[in-house]
Write a protein that binds this ligand. Structure first.
Ligand SMILES: Nc1ncnc2c1ncn2[C@@H]1O[C@H](COP(=O)(O)OP(=O)(O)O)[C@@H](O)[C@H]1O
Ligand SMILES: [Mg+2]
Length: 254
């Protein structure tokens, strides 16, 4: 299935190297103060399936967004296939697709077919080829019968599948998914999870679904702006459970 919807890849999926990368943000009202939302992090991702778990506000999205340059490191650097996410941002984004929690953030055209066609525009295919490519992409995700449907008329699950289809249309080597099933019911969660599981692309999946996380080859646990565990899935899930068990259920995190 590789390369079916885009240029053929000649290399295997690129490694992602995070080198002492940290992210800090300005604190409103205090020009001198900065808040660190990701402590300096160093790791190399080469596995086909990596999951990222952790509490709300721990820094998962910040980490995920670093991987394709949606967030730029305040210190250190992030390299994909040797390309710097800051210096070579466009080339990195051609290799690393990003799927948001809320598919509405990603779907911009009125109809299903038009939305996929827009994603394919970057490939500069001739008109007829593009139409055929749109059909193939939709068929692959079981959305072909919805081609002329208004994007607004889709269910949450169909929207997320369409958002995935749009990102995968240009055949990125790596897919970063930030809680792609959080807004979905159980049936749609399964549908989206199944599609992701079958992808040959390298996938970095941020999720609160611990069963899904446990299927990864490697799991990162993020807590209070740090990757506090990096390793085998079951040990990672246990680590996360233990962290949460040690927290007061209500009241401020200190
Ligand atoms: N652009 C930003 N400006 C200020 N604070 C931010 C920004 N982005 C994220 N944060 C804060 O950083 C922390 C981590 O955010 P995030 O990475 O979105 O966490 P998660 O995805 O794990 O819920 C949160 O406290 C969030 O409010
Ligand atoms: Mg998040």
């Amino acid at each position: 299935m590789s390369g079916e919807y885009g240029p053929k890849r000649t290399t295997t999926a690129p490694a992602i190297e995070v080198r002492a990368a940290s992210v800090s943000v300005r604190v409103p009202g205090d020009p001198d103060a900065r808040l660190t939302i990701l402590e300096p992090t160093t790791l190399t991702l080469t596995e086909r399936r990596v999951a990222v778990i952790g509490a709300n506000g721990s820094g998962k999205s910040t980490f995920a967004r670093l991987l394709n340059g949606l967030v730029t490191p305040s210190t250190g650097q992030v390299l994909v296939d040797g390309l710097d996410t800051v210096r070579d941002g466009a080339a990195v984004r051609a290799r690393v697709g990003f799927v948001f929690t809320d598919p509405d953030a990603q779907l911009v055209m009125p109809t299903v077919a038009e939305d996929v066609a827009l994603s394919l525009r970057r490939l500069s295919l001739p008109r007829a080829e593009r139409a055929a490519a749109v059909e193939r992409v939709l068929a692959r995700f079981g959305l072909d019968h919805l081609a002329e449907r208004s994007v607004h008329a889709l269910s949450g699950g169909q929207k997320q599948l369409l958002a995935l289809a749009g990102v995968l249309a240009t055949d990125p080597a790596v897919l970063v998914c930030d809680e792609p099933t959080t807004l979905l019911d159980l049936r749609n969660t399964r549908a989206v999870a199944e599609v992701i599981a079958r992808l040959e692309q390298r996938v970095v999946l941020v999720t609160h679904d611990l069963d899904l996380a446990a299927q990864a080859e490697r799991v990162l646990v993020v807590d209070r702006a740090r990757v506090v565990f990096d390793g085998e899935p079951h040990a990672a899930v246990e680590h996360y459970r233990a962290l949460m068990a040690a927290e007061p259920i209500l009241g401020p995190r200190t």
